[in-house]
Design a protein around this ligand. Structure first.
Ligand code: SAM
Length: 217
């Protein structure tokens, strides 16, 4: 494989995929310029690691398109002192981006092998504020709740009640809702007291969220 200039590839990704589509928060753009996305995909995909689409990471799962990761991240409006829960660790890339922008990141993955590979990548890159566990993320991670923000990186049939319960007052949950394919809608849930307000930001396509408060299969 010819030498790849990953720094230049990251810069191009930010300038051609994120900024023109409206991602504008300086800290978010900086994190995309810094986090080595190629370290979260198999080596044979390094050449396309910064391209404008999702990539396979094994077991039928994917690392999401960079723009989707950026949009969901920016929607959380992070300042730096937050505790965040991610459901669907996958490759660990989204967790690495969040680790740069928030204080603590807790991430749940249903497949052991994906969780192991993600942990290895995050550890080798020195991320110390990410904890990963294997389990059903639709039930959240009660031990460290409540969370300032929750990000779900798989498509759900509806808003999981356990996740809303584990959200802080004024917290935000970002989650793709809807059936398989392009029928999904990226949704932001804002919690105020016992009330929730939802807003839809765009259509999207994610692998299914499978679990007790997700899809059966
Ligand atoms: N955030 C990931 C990244 O940065 O690579 C992308 C995640 S991929 C689109 C969705 C992931 O959600 C898959 O790895 C899948 O196994 C996982 N998943 C699906 N249902 C889940 C559940 N109930 N709990 C935890 N993980 C789940």
């Amino acid at each position: 494989m010819k030498d790849l200039d990953f720094e230049a590839m990251r810069k191009k990704m930010v300038e051609e995929q994120l900024i023109p589509r409206g991602i504008s928060e300086k800290r978010v753009l900086e994190s995309f310029n810094k986090v080595p996305r190629h370290e979260f995909v198999p080596k044979e995909l390094w050449q396309s690691a910064y391209n404008d689409y999702p990539l396979p990471i094994g077991g039928g799962q994917t690392i999401s398109q960079p723009y989707m990761v950026a949009l969901m991240t920016e929607s959380l409006k992070l300042k730096g002192d937050e505790r965040i829960l991610e459901v669907g660790t996958g490759s660990g890339y989204q967790a690495a981006i969040l680790a740069k922008l928030a204080k603590e990141v807790y991430s749940i993955e249903r497949f052991q092998d994906l969780a192991d590979t993600a942990k290895k990548a995050l550890d080798s890159l020195g991320y110390k504020n990410v904890k990963i566990k294997v389990g059903d993320g639709t039930l959240g991670w009660e031990e460290f709740a409540p969370y300032d923000g929750i990000i779900v990186t798989a498509g759900a049939p509806g808003i999981p009640e356990s996740l809303v319960n584990q959200l802080k007052d004024n917290g935000r949950l970002v989650i793709p809702i809807g059936g398989s394919g392009f029928g999904q809608v990226m949704t932001i849930v804002e919690k105020t007291g016992h009330a929730i307000r939802t807003s839809e930001i765009c259509g999207c396509m994610f692998v299914p969220l499978i679990g007790k408060e997700g899809w059966d299969r």
